[in-house]
Design a binder for this molecule. Structure first.
Ligand SMILES: [Zn+2]
Length: 267
């Protein structure tokens, strides 16, 4: 499951690769857009909003020619950029969108959402999101207000709710709970310093937008990058107690929560 910083990096890659250029070819391999052809339009930019990507495409010669391509990576998706003629980095049958310019071929593989919206309807796609940890409109007070709307809610669940604040997935949830010393099931209202936790979230995501590999420990060696995420049964880096894992969430939306039973006491 991609986290906010992964999506931010995908947006930056698309923005650098496509912006300002004419599309020489577009290919939408999803049924609802199968006949759509945006060749001749110009890509004006790509931004991320939480875990959503918005690619803006314009063609002033066409009526209503101002679109936003809304995509979401969901579980397995990725955007890759190739040079024209270069072999694709993932199998062609996984491609959902191809945007080709004279200098780049951007391919969206296994995307969870692909929709083309009129520009003035972008809010329909991302208006529900809470403040974006990596967005230009970041608002810590608003994020805290939304997180504490229901003080009885478990902190792990609240952090994953993109309508509270946007950008945190399962990995950052586990890591943030660990560095804050709270069990993921701790009610939000009982988290001692929620503002500090939220500031750490922003700091972790920002640092990782600049790195080739995600790390929350600051150590970039392959097995040393995380405190508890996917480290079940390994010794806690602070106290040596074996890290635990447990499935949480409702049926069909289960997620693995990782924690150290000593550093993060059960509420
Ligand atoms: Zn520990």
């Amino acid at each position: 499951m991609p986290e906010g910083d992964t999506v931010f990096r995908a947006a930056r890659l698309l923005d650098r690769s496509l912006s300002g250029d004419l599309l020489v070819r577009s290919d939408f391999r999803v049924p609802q857009l199968a006949t759509t052809d945006l060749a001749g339009a110009t890509v004006t930019g790509t931004v991320s909003r939480g875990k959503h990507l918005l690619t803006r495409i314009d063609d002033p010669t066409r009526e209503g020619g101002s679109w936003t391509l809304h995509t979401h990576l969901k579980m397995e998706g990725s955007w890759r950029v190739h040079r024209p003629g270069q072999r694709w980095q993932r199998p062609a049958h996984q491609a959902r969108v191809v945007l080709e310019t004279a200098r780049a071929v951007a391919v969206g593989f296994s995307l969870g959402i692909v929709e083309l919206l009129p520009r003035d309807q972008e809010d329909d796609a991302v208006g529900h999101l809470g403040p974006d940890l990596l967005g230009p409109d970041w608002d810590e007070d608003e994020a805290l207000r939304r997180l504490t709307d229901d003080p009885t809610r478990p902190i792990g669940e609240a952090l994953l709710d993109q309508t509270r604040l946007a950008g945190i997935g399962n990995m950052y949830m586990a890591e943030l709970c660990f560095v804050s010393g709270v069990h993921p099931r701790t009610p939000v209202g009982e988290v001692a310093n929620l503002a500090r936790l939220v500031r750490r979230a922003k700091q972790m995501l920002e640092l990782n937008t600049q790195r080739a590999a995600q790390s929350t420990t600051g150590d970039l060696r392959e097995r040393e990058r995380m405190w508890v995420y996917r480290r079940d049964r390994s010794p806690c880096r602070r106290c040596g107690t074996p890290v635990r894992v447990e499935m949480t969430g409702s049926a069909g939306r289960e997620r693995a929560a990782y924690w150290c039973p000593s550093c993060q006491p059960t509420p």
